[in-house]
Ligand binder design. Structure first.
Ligand SMILES: CC(C)(COP(=O)(O)OP(=O)(O)OC[C@H]1O[C@@H](n2cnc3c(N)ncnc32)[C@H](O)[C@@H]1OP(=O)(O)O)[C@@H](O)C(=O)NCCC(=O)NCCSC(=O)C[C@H](O)C(=O)O
Ligand SMILES: [Mg+2]
Length: 269
């Protein structure tokens, strides 16, 4: 994964220990699959998950971008995870609980782009430096862990994390890398998912991490420009003269033209 390519809108976690999910993922429209070796996998199934991950990646996921989430730096599982990744064709490694640039070092040796997860108060303050590391191509918000670290009441109210969420987007943008929103846990709440995905888009995220196949299509829709947005962008680009001007009752300048062009480029993905 590079920062030049179109960013993934939908990033689906697939537990490495779930053979059915690893298979099912082949037919899903997620832009990036993240095969998980960390929190989705019980401690007594880590070895089995690594082996299943290797077999699945070697068998290939045609037309899909693939990442693997390893265990966190400092955990004793991580070394075995990294060893299991050698020689695999991956688009990214997802590194959880990155609190400092030094946490990237054990994974850096793989030479694979890193998506760094920001999931603790310490990481929020360090996010700018983490995002600026040359190996990092994006930040992922880990909001379950962050809510836990912040000692928020159960039920995870995103508004209590708004400063943290916006800091993740700011840090990513300041460093010129991608930003991806956290997961939505309520599996059967389609309306709540759609609202949170739309909010993520409004906050500036490039895409959202997911936990279930039912979230993929609504997520792709939320992060794709709508027909109305495309029409408005086309009209804005066509009307642009350079500098400040009136357009459809508002002022536009060159940055609005650039944003409209970027939207049209994204629509043509
Ligand atoms: C959450 C789940 C445990 C729910 O499982 P279940 O109730 O069994 O799902 P369904 O019966 O509704 O599944 C229907 C079919 O879809 C397949 N499936 C389910 N989930 C996935 C998936 N993630 N990828 C691919 N396929 C999936 C099932 O196999 C069924 O298939 P079929 O037999 O053909 O009908 C489960 O969804 C799940 O495990 N999700 C992923 C959980 C996960 O990865 N968690 C870790 C990442 S989230 C995180 O850690 C965030 C971050 O770090 C933070 O701090 O916030
Ligand atoms: Mg987490």
């Amino acid at each position: 994964m590079t920062t030049d390519a179109a960013p993934p809108r939908s990033l689906l976690y697939v537990p490495g220990s779930n053979a059915r999910a690893l298979e099912k993922a082949r037919g899903l429209a997620a832009d990036l699959l993240i095969i998980d070796l960390e929190d989705a996998v019980p401690a007594d199934r880590k070895i089995e998950a690594r082996e299943a991950m290797r077999r699945a990646v070697e068998a290939g996921y045609p037309g899909k971008r693939i990442a693997v989430r390893v265990n966190a730096s400092g955990s004793w599982e991580q070394e075995a995870d990294i060893t299991a990744l050698y020689g695999l064709a991956l688009d990214a490694v997802v590194l959880p609980k990155v609190d400092a640039v030094a946490d990237l070092d054990p994974v850096r040796v793989l030479g694979v782009p890193i998506l760094a997860m920001i999931e603790t108060p310490v990481a929020i303050y360090a996010a700018r430096g983490i995002a600026s590391d040359p190996a990092v191509v994006g930040l992922i918000a880990g909001l379950n862990d962050l809510a836990h670290e912040l000692k928020l009441p159960d039920g995870m109210d995103r508004s209590a994390m708004s400063v943290a969420i916006q800091t993740i987007v700011l840090a990513a943008r300041a460093a010129g890398v991608r930003a991806f929103d956290g997961v939505y846990n309520a599996l059967d709440d389609a309306a709540g998912f759609a609202a949170e995905a739309a909010e993520g888009r409004r906050l500036g995220f490039d895409g959202k991490t997911l936990i279930h196949p039912s979230q993929v299509d609504p997520c792709n829709a939320a992060f794709a420009p709508s027909a109305r947005q495309i029409a408005e962008a086309e009209a804005l680009v066509a009307a642009a003269t350079g500098g400040a001007q009136r357009h459809e009752g508002r002022m536009i300048e060159d940055m609005h033209v650039a944003a409209a062009r970027a939207l049209l480029e994204r629509a043509g993905r």
